[in-house]
Write a protein that binds this ligand. Structure first.
Ligand code: SAH
Length: 244
């Protein structure tokens, strides 16, 4: 009895690790989140039993119920694959699930995945770090849990790239706080929806336009000078070097 906590990447099965694909092929049971794509699930062993424990914001399979289900399944099956979108330890509550399973004496292996935080900008042609433009990258959640959320005014730093997951709903407040903290209202922003799936969409705007820009979840927000680049377009780089 083992539970494999596996990162499913952002959507495209080509972005799975070999380990993830091999485990899916021999899984007895697959327990997955809402954001795990059908294309990835199609790689699961045909006889594997599937559980969709996707949490639609507001409604829920509570985390407690998911933990209980994993413990029960682990007791009855040899190979339980718990599939999580992106990387299991990036805002996936994967560590909480691992803790519960280990406390029940169940073997757990965690398999890293390609996180949407980095895959999204890359696939849109945005380098999250870039010599002369961005010295680093901060990944944060934009969501509010029980009224508490990140104070974005403290994250305003024109030398760094900000990648915000779960930030669509609060994007207006996030932009206002960043501007209050000192980021220029003209700072480039890219909003990357449904990355690496057939529903993929990339919307570019400036920070002061973000609140009024129509975008949908799931999306990754990229904020900072690099969000104005697109490595696929020579012009975007030419304009940067002309300014530098
Ligand atoms: N563990 C995941 C993140 C889970 S939190 C990871 O490493 O990617 C869920 C948030 O991730 C979404 O609200 C969205 O901000 C982002 N996300 C996950 N998959 C995405 C995708 N294919 N396209 C855009 N955003 C995605």
């Amino acid at each position: 009895m083992s539970v494999y906590l596996v990162g499913a990447g952002p959507g495209d099965p080509e972005l799975l690790t070999l380990r993830a694909s091999r485990l899916l092929a021999r899984a007895d049971v697959v327990v997955h989140d809402r954001l795990v794509s059908e294309d990835v699930l199609a790689l699961a062993n045909l006889s594997a039993v599937r559980y969709d424990v996707g949490k639609v914001p507001g409604l829920a399979h509570s985390q407690q119920r998911i933990n209980d289900l994993l413990v029960a399944l682990a007791q009855d099956h040899d190979c339980v694959v718990r599939l999580k979108g992106g990387d299991p330890f990036v805002f996936g509550r994967g560590a909480e699930e691992a803790e519960v399973l280990i406390a029940h004496g169940i073997d757990v292996e965690v398999v890293p995945g390609v996180t949407s935080a980095f895959a999204a900008p890359l696939l849109a042609g945005i380098p999250v770090t870039h010599r002369g433009l961005s010295h680093g990258v901060t990944v944060v959640t934009g969501s509010s849990v029980a009224g508490s959320h990140v104070d974005f005014s403290r994250l305003a730093n024109a030398d760094l790239t900000l990648v915000v997951l779960m930030g669509v709903q609060r994007r207006s407040a996030i932009a206002a706080e960043l501007i209050e903290g000192g980021l220029a209202p003209t700072t480039p922003v890219a909003v990357l929806e449904w990355v690496s799936t057939s529903r993929e969409r990339c919307v570019r705007c400036t920070l002061d336009e973000l609140g009024d820009t129509s975008v949908q979840s799931p999306a990754v927000l990229v904020i900072g000078a690099v969000a104005g680049l697109d490595v696929r377009s020579v012009e975007s780089f030419a304009s940067h070097w002309a300014l530098a």
